[in-house]
Design a protein around this ligand. Structure first.
Ligand code: UDP
Length: 376
């Protein structure tokens, strides 16, 4: 029987594998090159008494009851319906995703019904039967004015690429609406936040006698000696010494600012429609339980996207282009990985996928169960 497992990466992919395998009796060692657990979901309380997500806002949403039930074993979750407003050039904040009120604000119309908005957008939509990229998809659904206002500059800033270069799936993450609903994620999703934060949640996931965690510890191949299997969330191209070339990532620089006062407002994240450096700004104290101590100050954080090579090789987003060129490169790395008998690559960087937290948890539960079914 396989009994010693090495897990590279203490984010969601590694943590879920670690816990499931530890509960099945395996001796699990987790390493992470960063000095903290929780991967990109890591959060902390800052000097203003505010809980800040170190790698940008992580809002938990899922359609899967199974995923929610699993994470709920490790912490209390608070219902939270995330809202985003886009800042228009004139200074108005309008709902995002685009909805009935957004359309009225942009076009100066007074629509009251979904049917009116749909009829208006139908006059603006371009006749593109099979959209081949993000721009065509948006043009076919909402026309050029809304596309150029809400998606074109943001996408250019975010990815350093034009909308025409990006895969449809990237912008399809955002629903398009014709009524007044103004929450960011789809209605059929369960939307929650861990009451005590993500770091506390991960502490509980790792709190098992069969799990040991070593931080500030990068992966090196000799570590595989004495291990029976390794689940590895490191960048797959790095593992193979970039033999086939580099898989690119977008990264973010975070600009934190202390602001006096604790304004109340109905949304936490503002997306910028301008052509400046920043994509969005988060006022953390608006999120439930993020005002941990009332100091009379709060923290707001702006995000400035950049290439990961310009940010200490901090990989946040795999790049999904319309021509799938990086997906094709990943497939070649995956073929190399297929020859490895004692390693499976997992997570955003191991599988080069733009995945949400719940998708990573779901995949990891299935993957760990498949492993158990295979080796017992
Ligand atoms: N997007 C945009 N304008 C916005 C919000 C999103 O153009 O105001 C596009 C952009 O290309 C972005 C993608 O939609 O990368 C996905 O947005 P999401 O908010 O899901 O990104 P994440 O939260 O993962 O950074």
């Amino acid at each position: 029987m396989t009994d010693k497992i090495l897990i590279v990466g203490a984010g969601f992919a590694g943590a879920v594998h670690a816990r499931v395998l530890a509960e099945a009796g395996y001796d699990v060692q987790v390493i992470d090159k960063r000095p903290h657990i929780a991967g990109n979901a890591y959060d902390y309380t800052d000097a203003n008494g505010i809980r800040v997500h170190a790698y940008g806002p992580h809002l938990f949403h899922s359609k899967s009851r199974n995923v929610i039930d699993w994470v709920s074993r490790f912490g209390v979750f608070t219902p939270y319906a995330h809202k985003v407003r886009a800042l228009l050039p004139g200074g108005a904040h309008v709902p995002l995703p685009v909805n009935l009120d957004t359309v009225n604000a942009v076009f100066g119309t007074g629509f009251e019904t979904e049917a009116q908005v749909q009829a208006h957008l139908a006059t603006l939509a371009l006749p593109i039967a099979a959209p081949a990229n993000a721009a065509e998809y948006l043009h076919a659904n909402i026309g050029t004015v809304l596309t150029d206002l809400f998606f074109r500059p943001y996408t250019q800033k975010m990815w350093g690429l034009a909308l025409e270069e990006m895969a449809v799936a990237v912008v399809k993450r955002i629903p398009l609406r014709f009524d007044r609903r103004d929450t960011y994620f789809a209605d059929d999703e369960i939307q929650l936040l861990p009451r005590d934060g993500y770091t506390a949640l991960f502490e509980r996931i790792f709190d098992h006698p069969n799990i040991s965690v070593s931080l500030s510890t990068g992966f090196e191949k000799p570590m595989l000696e004495g291990q029976d299997f390794c689940f590895n969330a490191m960048p797959i191209d790095e593992y193979f010494g970039f033999a086939l070339g580099e898989l690119p990532y977008r990264s973010l620089r975070f600009h934190h600012e202390t602001v006096i006062g604790l304004p109340t407002r109905g949304w936490s994240v503002t997306n910028f429609t301008d052509k400046g450096r920043f994509t969005r700004e988060t006022c953390w104290h608006v999120l439930p339980h993020h005002l941990e101590q009332n100091t009379g100050r709060h923290t707001r954080t702006r995000e400035e996207p950049c290439d990961y090579r310009d940010n200490d090789m901090e990989r946040y987003y795999p790049v999904k282009t319309a021509d799938d060129r990086y997906a094709a490169l990943y497939e070649r790395y995956k073929a190399l990985a297929g020859a490895e008998t004692k390693i499976q690559f997992i997570g955003r960087c191991g599988t080069y996928q733009y995945l949400d937290m719940d998708q990573i948890i779901n995949q990891s539960l299935l993957s760990a169960q498949r492993f158990l079914a295979r080796v017992g």
